[in-house]
Design a protein around this ligand. Structure first.
Ligand code: ZN
Length: 237
């Protein structure tokens, strides 16, 4: 086989491996964020839950404040009782105090209800935390496995680059630059096998005379349709 052709076939193989490895490397960040999102459902639910809890707690504090205000108002009203001049005024003031005391009772009942809910929340929160921790553990395990795989792929890509360099060094410069040109414009494929008279890359037929010459492998030939270098494997006996 022509010296350059054998090298070009190897060069394409090294480039194929680089292409495969780079696809894996480039897909890595998306793979991580996909997995993170898939495993982060409980984390999102927990965040939402905490927000709700905060609102409930705020409502409780509001009611606490209201009770304090009403208690202060009652003290004031009691002091006024000493200053009233008529029975009517006295009864009115007493009624006012009674109303406020009832309101305090209602507020305290509501507070109690909220406190009970917050007590229940502690158990719920524990459940959430456990789920989130399990998710994080699972993600960390996934990440560790994938990062190890990624390191292996990077090492393989590195080795393929080194191998490629060695192969390219043996190719005639003019042939190499032709390879690089076709590689760039033809989906990273600059070498194609000729099978039954067809270029296996662009699937077009070549003239029988060219097919014969490609089979001998004595000289470099390119596909007249896609410009890729053509080679033929010996017929299986
Ligand atoms: Zn072709």
């Amino acid at each position: 086989m022509e010296k350059n052709l054998a090298l070009l076939i190897d060069l394409q193989k090294a480039d194929d491996e680089i292409t495969r490895m780079e696809a894996v490397i480039n897909a890595f960040p998306a793979l991580m964020s996909q997995q993170d999102a898939a495993l982060g459902k409980d984390r999102a639910a927990y965040e939402e839950y905490k927000k709700n809890l905060e609102a409930v707690n705020k409502a409780r504090l509001g009611k606490e404040r209201e009770v304090e205000e009403k208690k202060a108002a009652i003290v004031k009203s009691r002091m006024k009782l000493n200053e009233v001049k008529t029975n009517q005024e006295y009864h009115a003031a007493q009624q006012e105090i009674k109303n406020m005391e009832e309101a305090i009772g209602r507020l305290e009942d509501e507070q109690l209800e909220i406190m009970e809910r917050l007590d229940g929340a502690k158990a719920e929160e524990k459940g959430f935390k456990e789920k989130v921790a399990a998710e994080e553990k699972e993600f960390a395990a996934f990440k560790a496995v994938k990062e190890k795989e990624l390191a292996e792929v990077k090492a393989k890509a590195e080795a393929a680059h080194t191998r490629r360099k060695g192969i390219a060094a043996g190719v005639d410069p003019a042939v190499l630059s032709q390879y690089d040109r076709v590689f760039k414009v033809r989906e990273r494929k600059a070498v194609a096998e000729l099978k039954n008279g067809f270029c296996s890359a662009c699937h077009q037929m070549v003239l029988p005379q060219l097919a014969v010459e490609v089979r001998t492998g004595a000289r470099l030939h390119t596909c007249p349709h896609c410009n890729r270098f053509l080679y033929a494997l010996p017929d299986p006996k």
